[in-house]
Design a protein around this ligand. Structure first.
Ligand code: ADP
Length: 264
C-alpha cells in the first residue's frame, strides 16, 4: 500500500502531539477483569486546551493516567510526539513524563511544613539541578502564578487557591509541554476556581502549554477550547467550544512571561 499523498497546494496537516489509537485498558484478570477503556481514539494538537468530562467511572482517570505515561494501555497505541509510548519500559516512560509533562491534582499534593519555594524546587531537585538554578527557576514559576513574595510560606499559611498556585508553579517549573490537571478546582470555592482557571487559560494562551483538564464543573470546562466527554470507557462526544471564557472577558491580570517551551 502506498502512503497517502497530500493534496496538491495544501500543506499536510500538522501531526498531533498526542494520539490515542484504539486504546483499551483492562484492570484485573479472569472473572474479575474490568474493562475501563473500550477503544479510545483521541488526537490532541500542541497548544490545545481540552476539558475532559463524563460521569464517575467513565474512564477519565484511566485515560489521564495513560496520557501522562503513568500507565500503559492493555491494547492499542499511544503516540506522543510520534513515539510509541505503549512500547516503552517503565523507566523510559518516567523519563518522558519528567521531560514533557506537568501534573496538577485536586488536593494540591504539596509537602506540609515545606516552603512554597522548596515545594516548587522539588522536580528540579529530582533532575539534579544546582541549588542556584533551582532557586531562580522556582522564583520565576512562583512569579508566573502570582505568588511573588510568598516564597517562604508553608502550605498551612496559604489559602486553598494559593496552594493550588504553588502546585501549578511546581508543575510548570520544568517547562512542560503538556499540563495534566485532574479536577484542579475541585477543592476550591467559585471565586478561587475562576482564578485558577484564568491562570490555566493564560498558561495555555500565552505560553502555548497544552492543557488537559478533568472537571465535573461545566463553568470551568467553558475555559477550554474543546470538550471531550467520556461515557462507559469510550469518547462519547468531542466538541469545540467556539467561545472559551478566557477570550470573552475582562483583562486577565498581568503574569510574568515564563521561560519558553523546551520542545525538542
Ligand atoms: P473516572 O475517572 O471517570 O471516574 P476511572 O478511570 O477512575 O473513571 O475508572 C473507570 C472504571 O475502572 C471504574 O469502574 C473503576 O472502578 C475501574 N478502575 C479504575 N482503576 C481500577 C483499578 N486499579 N483496578 C480495578 N478497577 C479499576
Amino acid at each position: 500500500m502506498t502512503a497517502p499523498q497530500a493534496e496538491p497546494g495544501r500543506p499536510p496537516a500538522e501531526a498531533p502531539i498526542i494520539e490515542l489509537r484504539g486504546v483499551t485498558k483492562v484492570y484485573g484478570e479472569g472473572a474479575l477483569a474490568f474493562q475501563a477503556l473500550k477503544g479510545v481514539d483521541l488526537r490532541i494538537a500542541q497548544g490545545d486546551f481540552v476539558a475532559i468530562m463524563g460521569p464517575s467511572g467513565s474512564g477519565k482517570s484511566t485515560a489521564m493516567n495513560t496520557l501522562g505515561c503513568l500507565d500503559r494501555p492493555t491494547t492499542g497505541e499511544y503516540l506522543f510526539k510520534g513515539v510509541h509510548v505503549e512500547a516503552l519500559s517503565r523507566d523510559e516512560r518516567a523519563l518522558l513524563r519528567r521531560r514533557y509533562f506537568g501534573f496538577v491534582f485536586q488536593g494540591f499534593n504539596l509537602l506540609a511544613r515545606t516552603s512554597a519555594q522548596e515545594n516548587v524546587e522539588l522536580p528540579l531537585l529530582y533532575r539534579g539541578e544546582s541549588a542556584a538554578t533551582r532557586k531562580a527557576a522556582a522564583a520565576r514559576a512562583l512569579d508566573a502564578v502570582g505568588l511573588k513574595g510568598w516564597e517562604h510560606h508553608t502550605p498551612a499559611e496559604l489559602s486553598g487557591g494559593q496552594q493550588q498556585r504553588v502546585a501549578i508553579a511546581r508543575a510548570i517549573v520544568t517547562e512542560p509541554v503538556v499540563l495534566l490537571a485532574d479536577e484542579p478546582t475541585g477543592n476550591l470555592d467559585t471565586q478561587r476556581s475562576h482564578e485558577i482557571m484564568e491562570l490555566l487559560w493564560r498558561l495555555n494562551a500565552e505560553q502555548g502549554i497544552t492543557v488537559l483538564m478533568v472537571t465535573h464543573e461545566p463553568d470551568m470546562a467553558e475555559y477550554a477550547r474543546r470538550m471531550v466527554r467520556f461515557v462507559d470507557g469510550v469518547v462519547d462526544s468531542d466538541t469545540l467550544n467556539p467561545h472559551p471564557v478566557g477570550l470573552r472577558g475582562k483583562p486577565a491580570p498581568v503574569v510574568a512571561a515564563h521561560a519558553s517551551q523546551g520542545v525538542a
